[in-house]
Design a protein around this ligand. Sequence first.
Ligand code: KIV
Ligand code: ZN
Length: 504
Amino acid sequence: MKHIIIFDTTLRDGEQSPGASLDMKAKIEIAKQLARLGVDVIEAGFPIASKGDFDAVREISAAVKGPSICGLARAKKEDIDICAKAVKPAKKSRIHVFLATSKIHMKYKLKKAEEEILKQAAEFVKYARKFSDDIEFSPEDASRSEIDFLCRVIEAVIKAGAKTVNIPDTVGYATPLEFGNLIRTIKTKVPNSSKAIISVHCHNDLGLGVSNSLAAIQNGAEQIECTINGLGERAGNASLEEIVMTLKTRQDIFKCSTSIKTDELYKTSRLVSKLTGIVVQPNKAIVGRNAFSHEAGIHQDGILKKRSTYEIMKPEDIGFGGTRLVLGKHSGKHAFKERLKKLGVDLSEEDIVKAFERFKNLADKKKEVFDEDILTIIEDEIVSVPETYSITGFEYKSGKNIEPRTTIELKKGGSVKKQSSSGDGPVDACYKAIEKITGVKFDLLDYSLKAATGGKDALGEVSVRVKASSGIELSGRGASTDIVEASAKAYVNAVNKFLFMFKA
Ligand code: KIV
Ligand code: ZN
């Protein structure tokens, strides 16, 4: 199995994403998480770019253990000097020197001829070697460089001491076949190519960053430069999580391993998103909110029968909670029944059919149907709740200077039980007595009393909203000319619903 070095540039190229700016504390937090994730190299910044970048690279070099800490430098003395100073505290450090080699960059940006570039590249790799054994060189815009010249530059920098040569597709212009061929050509044409690690750095302007990186691996690349959530300049860089999970999931094709602890991927993605303020699109591969969600009825049915029918990775492998079956208008009865089972609701087939019909009506109007909606449907629509307990008698005492006390008698099947309790009032005392008989304990969330009819002898109607210890919320209703009895009926109604729905 070939080992692929994962070079993470979230804190350098990733931070170049429009809108992503990280303060020192955030950079250190991310770097520590990248170390936990198991990346081999962290490119922590571009020290000459600003004092903030210099300080961040230096602090990360001092604080983060495990990966090599790398700083970026142009092929210039002042860049390399400052970069070397920034990475000095690291146990393992790398200086990454870059210089453009494409005609367009050399002519318009650098205003230099090929021979000058060749000389400058080798000279400053040699200079950087004074500070570290681990020097990486990138011929910027390599994929648009003239191949013979590119190969000459690569040969020269390896001779000058570069341990890694990184081939950037700086503007995301290459296509997979073409980029794979480029790597193979470099490996075969550059006489000393085996003395260096060949790396790639693919931008995503055409959405091909990951595909190009994978094509490079298939043609001999041994290091991949990438970022969490695919952050980076313009359309970003190849996404670390997509590359790593492709290598893992399709080991049969790539026969490669990485040192990434994949169950840290989701956490890392969330952290980077939170600290950069750049949200991850819901349908983003691997770490998007919907990556393990299924809504279509046929898919949900398949997943419930055998997960691998519609899932090629386990959500746990990336540290994500689990497969989510989103109940919506496309869901089928199998998923609905499964959700009832998960909620602990145990209904007859006839009641399930009734509830499913109501659920479909609701799902037509509502994007996503939540567990609370389902419980309300069951509660409101499945009205044939059997009266497990019925009130056969009650009396209460209450008044000024009298401790409120209620006695209640409940019938269940052939047996009648009686209990008394005191409380903050006759209703509270009544609820405590009901709890003692039924063993069902609720928190009372809401209580309301209204007159159902007019006149002094009006029927009082009580509604209660209660919460069971499992978190399930239910309501109960009762009516009587005696408001304590109406309250007792409402509570017993909620108890009966609970016992029916959850077969408690
Ligand atoms: O995209 C690029 O060419 C770069 C280099 C500095 C490696 O980011
Ligand atoms: Zn880049």
